[in-house]
Write a protein that binds this ligand. Structure first.
Ligand code: PLP
Length: 419
């Protein structure tokens, strides 16, 4: 079931605080994360797998890279899946030990590869080209490869990554050759990795993925390479609708580890959940600033658009939305919830049955933690919004709202245009 919240005198309560209080204090739009929920989610996935195998969780930080959130995960003992040098540096800044950071890039430039090598984090290679180019920078270091397992899963076409012909990874038909070449070049093959996609709800693709990985691990073992870890990537889905089923983590852990334990000698499993860790730990607060009866439709106009949360506009993703100021009141009309961006595609939700909503009400967008703030932009010259952390009834700012002036910081007007 989707995570839902309780009411405090008719106002939605989140992390022990009324959402209206948070909105009044920090302004809107703002993303609000419940620290305890981040910790619970981390422990759920870690505990599910660690009962069967030596387990390391690498939080896929592209879901949200706020330093405070990374610090919570550092305290929990999490490692990191980083997909850019920017993420690597941000996680080092948050104090994550470099041994626990794995860099998995795609279409990586030599410049970036060099910086990643200098940072000292683990490198997971995406292609034979990247292998040859890495060898020119440094060899003798541990490496793993991302394999394209021919199994895909995800909440939409744009986020399926493991299918045959994908731009990611070394095709499974070429993977043994890649490891042999790595060995020839003086690297130490230590693991294998795959990531099938993001937001899938069923266990089956993970079992198929595990079978493909197990077969490769054995082929490599026959060729004299015994790997230390298998990394099955991320992609654990989260319910975005009230009655949607949760992914059965216990079943996933049991079935997937069973494949490796029955079929291989590999001892350690790594998982890279991004969405699962942060998605339902965060809500987006956005204020109703305008209400409109457009004859065929009613609109709730809010101050967050696709500059703040792009998932509905980009993926047609569904985010559950409630009126936090009138929480638990019966719905009386159907509304579209739309933002301030000058495009028709700028909406947060269509056809939602909600209580009579007035200007000033605080609307709450659920499940906003994963790929929410991290995909936000300055489109329409709107400043990036604030991020807030709540912990057992206390709220703290973890990212200041950007100012308009800050958007001019890197722009240069040539002298001849300044008269
Ligand atoms: C994005 C990504 C993940 C995380 O996916 P989620 O669906 O957020 O769990 C894990 N591994 C890699 C390599 C990724 O690119």
């Amino acid at each position: 079931m989707m995570r839902d919240f309780s009411s405090d005198e008719g106002i939605m309560s989140f992390g022990g605080m009324k959402v209206t209080e948070i909105a009044d204090r920090f302004g809107t739009p703002c993303y609000v994360t419940d620290e305890q929920r981040v910790r619970e989610n981390y422990r759920n996935v870690y505990n599910a797998f660690s009962q069967y195998m030596d387990t390391e969780i690498h939080y896929a930080c592209k879901a949200n890279t706020n330093l405070a959130i990374l610090s919570i995960l550092r305290q929990e003992g999490s490692g990191i899946d980083a997909v850019s040098i920017g993420e690597v540096k941000t996680c080092l800044k948050a104090g994550i030990p470099k041994e626990k950071i794995m860099y998995t890039g795609v279409n990586v430039s030599d410049q970036e590869l060099k910086e990643v090598v200098e940072s000292g984090v683990m490198i997971n290679l995406d292609s034979l080209s990247e292998l040859e180019r890495l060898a020119r920078i440094k060899t003798g270091i541990p490496v793993s490869f991302r394999v394209t397992p021919g199994v895909g899963s995800g909440h939409g076409d744009k986020v399926i990554t493991g299918n045959k012909g994908a731009k990611f990874g070394v095709p499974k038909e070429r993977i043994v050759e890649a490891y042999l070449r790595a060995q020839d070049l003086g690297f130490i093959p230590t693991g294998i990795h795959a990531h099938i996609g993001s937001g899938g709800q069923s266990v089956e693709p993970f079992i198929d993925e595990a079978s493909v990985l197990a077969e490769i691990i054995n082929q490599l073992s026959d060729a004299g390479m015994d790997l230390e870890f298998v990394d099955i990537g991320g992609g654990i889905g989260v319910p975005y609708k009230p009655n949607e089923e949760e992914m059965d983590l216990q079943e996933m852990a049991c079935e997937v580890t069973d494949v490796f334990q029955q079929e291989t000698d590999v001892k350690k499993i790594i998982l890279e959940p991004g969405r699962y860790i942060i998605c339902d730990a965060t809500i987006l607060l956005t204020r109703c600033v305008d209400v409109k009866d457009a004859v065929t439709k009613k609109y709730i106009g809010v101050d967050a658009g696709f500059n703040t949360l792009i998932r509905p506009a980009m993926y047609d993703s569904f985010h559950y939305i409630q009126n936090g100021s009138r929480f638990g009141k019966a719905g009386v009309a159907r509304y579209d919830i739309a933002g301030p961006i000058c495009e028709t595609g700028d909406y947060l939700g269509h056809d939602r049955v909600l209580p009579d909503t007035q200007e000033g009400d605080v609307m709450v967008v659920y499940n906003a933690g994963a790929y929410g703030f991290s995909m936000s932009s300055n489109y329409n010259s709107r400043p990036l919004c604030a991020e807030v952390l709540v912990n057992n009834g206390e709220a703290e700012l973890i990212r200041e709202r950007e100012t308009v002036e800050e958007q001019w910081r890197h722009q240069i007007v040539p002298g001849r245009l300044q008269d």
